[in-house]
Every structure is written in C-alpha cells, then in structure tokens.
Design a protein around this ligand. Structure first.
Ligand code: HEM
Length: 438
C-alpha cells in the first residue's frame, strides 16, 4: 500500500495516526514519500501542517514573505540571541542586518577562506592517517567550521568543546526541539547567555584595537584575531570589521546587534556544515564511477567542476527536507494550475527544498546523478529573502573539505553498517567513519 493509500484508510478523526504516518514518511523515506506527493498530492494538507513538494510552489511560498512568515522562529530564537534576521520577515531587522552582514562577509575573502579550510582539513586528515580511518562528523565536519569561525569570523571561543556545545545546544532547540522539551530549551538559553558574555568581553577588546590590522602568524585559535597575512592590507576578521565600523547614529546597529549577529555566525555554521559535508561525502563514496570522476577534477585542481559533484551529491541527501513558514492569511497556492489549493490562515507550511530538487517538471531526469544541471536547480541554501547568509562561505568550505578527503589515497566506505552514517536516532549525523590508506 502506498503512503497516501495508507493515509486515506485512516479515519479523518484519527489525527494522531495520520500525522504519525506523514512524519514517518518525511523522516525515514523522504525521497519515496515526496515522490508520491509530487505525483499525486503536491500540495498536501494534513491536520497539523501543509506539505509543499513541487519546485515552483516551494519558490512561491518562499517568495511571499507577507503571507508565509517566519514568525514561528521568534519564540525559539529571541530568548537565545535576541531578535535576528532569520526570525523576522522583510522588516527593518532582516533588511538592515542582512545587508550589513553581507557587506562584512566579502566575496573577495572566499579564496583565502577556501585555502584555509583546505589546510585545516588536511591537517586533520594527516593526524588520523596513522589509524587509516577518520570519523568525519566531528574531526572534519564540525572541526573545520569551528576553526573557520575562530579564524575568519574572529570568534574562537574559550575552547573547542565549548564552541561545539554552544553550536549544538542552540541548534537543537531552535530547529530540532519539535516537542518543545524544556530541558533542551534551558540548555540553549544557557549556551546563548554564555556566548553573549564571552562575545561582550571580546567586543571590548576588539574595539580597543580599533584601526589595527590583524596578524595570523600565530597558530590557529591561539590568538583571538588570526585571519589573513600580517600585512597592512590583510583582510580583517568579521568581528573586527563589525567592531571597527562606525555606523551613523540613525543606523540602528549597536553593540547588541553585533553580538546577535556574531552568535548567528557560530550557530549557523557548525552543525549545518557538518551535516552537509557528511551527507554529500557519503553519496559520492557510494558511487564509485562518480568518485573517480570527482577525483579526476580534484587532482586537476578544477574546483569549478569538482564542486558540481558535491552539490549534486548533496541533492540526494540534502541538509533539510523542508523549511517552515506560518501562513498569515488565506492564500491560494499555484493559482490557475490543476493543483491550485487554498491554504487557510494559521496553517504551518513545510516548503520542501529537498523534494523541489527532484521535481521532474524543472529538474531534468532528477533521479540521475548529473553535474550538468544549472545552479538554479539547487536550493540547498533556501530561497528568497531568507536565503542563507553563509551560502558563499559554505559554498567554498564544504567542497574544499570533501576535496581534501577524496584526495587521500584509497579513500573508501567501510563495508557494512559500520560504514554508514550513524544518526543515533536523531535527525542529524552523529558519526561517520571512513577509511583511507595510511
Ligand atoms: C558559514 C556557515 C553558515 C552561516 C553563517 C549561516 C547562516 C545563516 C543565516 C544567518 C540564515 C538566515 C538568513 C535570513 O534570515 O535572511 C541562514 C539561512 C539558511 N541556511 Fe545557513 N548558514 C551557514 C551554513 C549553512 C549550510 C551549510 C546550509 C545547508 C547546506 C545552510 C542552510 C540554510 C537554509 C536552508 C536557510 C534558510 C532557512 C529558511 O528559509 O527558513 N546554511 N543561514
């Protein structure tokens, strides 16, 4: 019996069983489940939420912020880091802060960020080489972005363990605490407060150094500011840029805003990058023909080609099957099409980025692994005005780390269950051990 046949056979009043069935489909077999939705019920109204599965409809939802808002994020995020861009629609906060943060995260920095990510990954791989194995989630997936957070964002934290804890506690609560467990929330509030206290002190020091250029001659994380070469034209880290930029008094971007946005950089970067690296890597290693072609591009140092393998691989196990929106007023989605559906106000809408990237109406032969796809077929980093702030940084860090892994001789999956990603009953990878030659 298909998912929808099973769903329809459950009495309408049995909301719990209906919702449980949908949850099971989404979390244990998202490709099979959404394929059925795309073909039969592309806009699927369940008793608890609405699932949107086709490419144009996902884009429509994510383009209409006045109808589909991010209001649901505010109660989760505000108590931890204060009002931030992801929890506000196209209001003053998102409009202003995203613009400022985009100015700080300069595209010109990307080559050095990529180089740095490669060096960090290589060092980690060298360290584990004697054992012939590496645990990817922690040793590369989280380690590299935490180092980049220290090096490039200018937020190194008191130590690595604390940075991992802050990143995980906040992400667990903001995006994965589906039952609103108070313990998970308390851990997140505590992490947010500790982070703010730490950043407050660091901000004072950054301000005191106003105008001074930054040196990276010392080892990573042994000094707060360590990005770029020690020349007067060296790029400054993001925190220093924020701390030393003077905003006119009528531009409402004070110290508290700096702290919120610096916190966002850590929270946004660690667990997400780890998940993307782990899941894309597994997809490549599972396909020997793809692995050898990707390796060819890696050996030729052809990043443009190599990176396409990574984004295509991630499509087969994407970062998140969907993003969440609240429908603020009655709205007809996909008007004028056979699937046109009225979505009632107050519905929770799950716009499935993962499903959209398999929509045959837009993505040619979606079940094939192809590096010929245009970039606009991908929505790994969301769509519309909440598109990921870290898109470009992650756009170089994720492929570069995977490139360094694939360049190891004899890199391979470990046979059997030992070699699969272990989610340990959660929604994000906890462990993924791969092998390579010593
Ligand atoms: C340097 C690393 C990262 C940083 C600093 C970061 C930060 C952010 C921020 C601040 C937003 C909110 C943007 C807004 O509201 O306008 C966002 C959104 C988003 N990010 Fe990232 N992110 C990072 C990495 C990633 C990665 C690796 C992925 C997945 C591959 C990802 C996926 C997303 C998605 C899907 C959204 C849209 C959320 C929505 O529309 O509800 N991010 N990110």
């Amino acid at each position: 019996m298909s998912y929808l046949e099973k769903y329809d056979s459950i009495p309408v009043e049995n909301v719990v069983d209906r919702v449980n069935l949908v949850n099971k489909g989404v979390w244990t077999d998202w490709r099979g489940f959404f394929k059925e939705l795309r073909e039969n019920r592309p806009i699927f109204i369940t008793p608890k939420f609405v699932l949107v599965s086709l490419f144009p409809d996902v884009q429509e939802v994510l383009s209409r912020q006045e109808v589909f808002s991010v209001k649901l994020f505010a109660p989760k995020m505000d108590p931890i880091i204060g009002p931030c861009m992801l929890a506000r629609d196209n209001t003053e906060i998102n409009y202003r802060e995203k613009s400022i943060m985009k100015t700080m995260l300069q595209l010109e920095d990307l080559p050095i960020v990529r180089k740095k990510a490669g060096e960090i990954a290589k060092a980690s791989l060298d360290k584990s080489a004697a054992t012939g194995k590496i645990e990817v989630v922690q040793e590369l997936g989280k380690y590299v972005p935490v180092k980049i957070c220290g090096d490039y964002f200018g937020f190194r934290g008191p130590n690595l363990e604390t940075m991992y804890r802050w990143a995980k506690a906040t992400q667990d609560d903001m995006f994965r605490n589906l039952t609103n467990d108070p313990k998970i929330h308390e851990a997140s509030v505590r992490a947010g407060q500790e982070m703010r206290d730490y950043l407050t002190e660091l901000l004072k020091r950054k301000k005191a150094q106003k105008g001074i250029s930054i040196s990276i001659t010392t080892p990573l994380l042994s000094e707060e500011i360590s990005f770029g070469k020690s020349t007067s034209s060296a790029p400054k880290d993001i925190f220093t840029r924020l701390a030393t930029t003077e905003f006119a008094s009528d531009i409402h971007f004070d110290d508290s805003k700096i702290l919120t946005n610096m916190s966002m950089l850590l929270i946004g970067s660690v667990e997400t990058t780890a998940q993307a690296i782990t899941q894309a890597l597994e997809q490549i290693l599972k396909r020997p023909d793809i692995l050898s072609k990707a390796l060819e591009a890696a050996k030729a140092n052809d990043d443009k080609t190599f990176d396409k393998y990574v984004w295509e691989a991630l499509r087969f196990n994407p970062f998140s099957p969907f993003v969440v929106r609240l429908c603020e007023s009655d709205y007809t989605l996909a008007p004028g099409t056979p699937r046109e559906t009225r979505i009632p106000a107050k519905s929770v809408v799950l716009a499935s980025l993962g499903s959209a990237m398999f929509d045959a109406g837009v993505v040619t032969n979606p079940d094939d692994f192809s590096v010929e796809r245009p970039k606009y077929n991908y929505m790994h980093f969301g769509y519309g005005h909440h598109t990921c702030l870290g898109e470009h940084v992650s756009g170089v860090v994720i492929p570069e780390v995977i490139k360094q892994i694939l360049l190891r001789p004899g890199v391979r999956l470990i046979p059997g269950d030992q070699g699969k990603i272990d989610y340990q009953g959660t929604l994000i990878p906890a462990r993924f051990v791969i092998a390579y030659d010593k």
